[in-house]
Design a binder for this molecule. Structure first.
Ligand code: SF4
Ligand code: SF4
Length: 425
């Protein structure tokens, strides 16, 4: 445990012993999965550094921001608009939910058959191991799936600063009206928290910063489509995960540097695997930090991931927000339009998600799709069946995986993944 940060973690109320265990597990996982990869772009060094300082320097930065008067807002979902947060000079951080922790305590509060993502959020809180959660001045929960919606009622007893945002379930006029009402209410809540009134210049600036982040990832996604593939899916996933908690302008610059390097690699026909390696599209539940299990299995089985139809990936960053409006009202409408296009499985019907997957198979020239569903995630597991049927009707090989955060099923999953890759070769 770094002595430099011990006092900082203590001041946040972390359980130092439990936190040390978490950091060691995180460090070992990173070492085993990321540092054994071959032929990574030099620009990934920045992301390795971010990971080594994930609970260190970045938290120190957040605390310094708070001392300077800025507020920190934590979120669990891509429906929380960062544009509004930045417009009030606050900072948005994703709350990691990609590892099991304090499961015994969690299962005293939540049914055992709750998805790992929700359980992880509770485990981090109950185990007192997440400095992001403890730094947040406001934690935003969103009424998306039933599991999250109901668990926020319990989370409300554990934290004093939970703000719950309602989210529509249908892409209808009424659904958009609901999103609009909720985003206006959120804007007011953020203004109240920060003491800053959001004007059009502030909102435009917020939109510009977030759009630039998304543009950098769009560029990266295009470059990853080259043959041979110049960046591993694991590295792309790491970048997409860091998206949620790094300082946004520095993050954008760092992604653009990786893109410059990828352009050179493409010119030299340099890939992470030789030409002809099987190209996989992942689709389904988000893979929050440090959930790297499935991508690691795929990429150590001779295939390469070329895209992710996921909220930690394409679904989360797909569209830009129109920045041409001149009033707060016009810009808010543009924000609502942009987020209303997110095709999460909580929507019904949800044909547009299927279209997104089919489109990505084409543009990424994927040889097959691996659908990733977390155990007990009803929205994505339900959709996985119709997705598989629709893709197979178009002769797109599809493998449905249902798993959790534990490593117990690794060997069984490896056998299935290897057989699938063999099949599509
Ligand atoms: S999958 Fe749905 S609920 Fe989960 S982060 Fe994405 S939009 Fe939010
Ligand atoms: S993975 Fe599924 S069940 Fe879990 S929070 Fe996301 S949508 Fe809800």
């Amino acid at each position: 445990m770094s002595e430099d940060y011990k006092d900082m973690w203590k001041s946040l109320g972390l359980n130092l012993e439990a936190h040390d265990m978490l950091l060691k597990a995180l460090g070992k996982g990173y070492q085993d999965i990321y540092m054994t990869q071959q032929n990574r772009p030099a620009g990934m060094g920045y992301f390795d550094f971010v990971m080594s300082e994930v609970h260190g320097l970045r938290i120190k930065e957040l605390i310094d921001e708070k001392r300077a008067g800025r507020k920190v807002i934590g979120s669990f979902c891509v429906f929380v608009p960062e544009e509004i947060v930045l417009a009030a000079d606050a900072v948005l951080v994703g709350l990691c939910t990609g590892a099991d922790f304090a499961m015994e305590d969690v299962e005293k509060l939540l049914p055992r058959n709750t998805c790992s993502l929700i359980k992880s959020a509770f485990g981090f809180k109950l185990g007192k191991v997440c400095p992001y959660l403890e730094s947040a001045d406001m934690i935003v929960g969103e009424n998306t799936c039933d599991g999250k919606k109901k668990s926020y009622e319990t989370l409300n007893d554990l934290v004093s600063n939970l703000y719950v945002m309602d989210i529509p379930q249908m892409k209808s006029i009424k659904g958009r009206d609901l999103l609009k009402a909720e985003y206006m209410r959120f804007k007011n809540a953020v203004e109240e928290l920060t003491g800053i009134t959001i004007n059009s210049a502030r909102l435009k600036k917020g939109i510009e910063i977030v759009n630039n982040k998304r543009k950098a990832i769009h560029k990266l996604s295009i470059l990853r489509k080259a043959e041979p593939v110049p960046l591993s899916g694991l590295d792309a996933l790491l970048i997409n995960q860091v998206f949620f908690y790094d300082e946004p302008i520095r993050f954008t610059e760092s992604v653009n540097k990786v893109c410059d390097e990828l352009e050179m690699r493409i010119r030299k026909e340099e890939g992470v695997l030789p030409k002809g390696a099987s190209r996989i599209l992942i689709s389904g539940c988000p893979m929050a930090l440090p959930n790297w299990k499935l991508p690691w299995l795929i990429e150590t089985s001779g295939a390469v991931i070329v895209g992710e139809e996921s909220c930690v990936g394409e679904r989360g960053i797909k569209n830009l927000t129109d920045n041409s409006g001149n009033t707060v009202e016009e810009l808010m409408e543009a924000i609502i339009d942009r987020y209303f296009k997110v095709n999460c499985a909580i929507f019904t019907p949800n044909q547009d998600r299927l279209k997104d997957i089919e489109e990505m198979v084409k543009t990424c020239q994927a040889d097959g799709v691996i659908h990733y569903g977390l155990q007990f995630c009803q929205p994505y597991l339900m959709e996985s069946i119709s997705v598989e049927k629709a893709l197979e009707a178009k002769n797109i090989p599809t493998l449905r995986i249902e798993t959790d955060y534990s490593m117990e099923d690794v060997e069984q999953l490896r056998t299935r993944v290897e057989a699938f890759i063999e099949l599509i070769k």
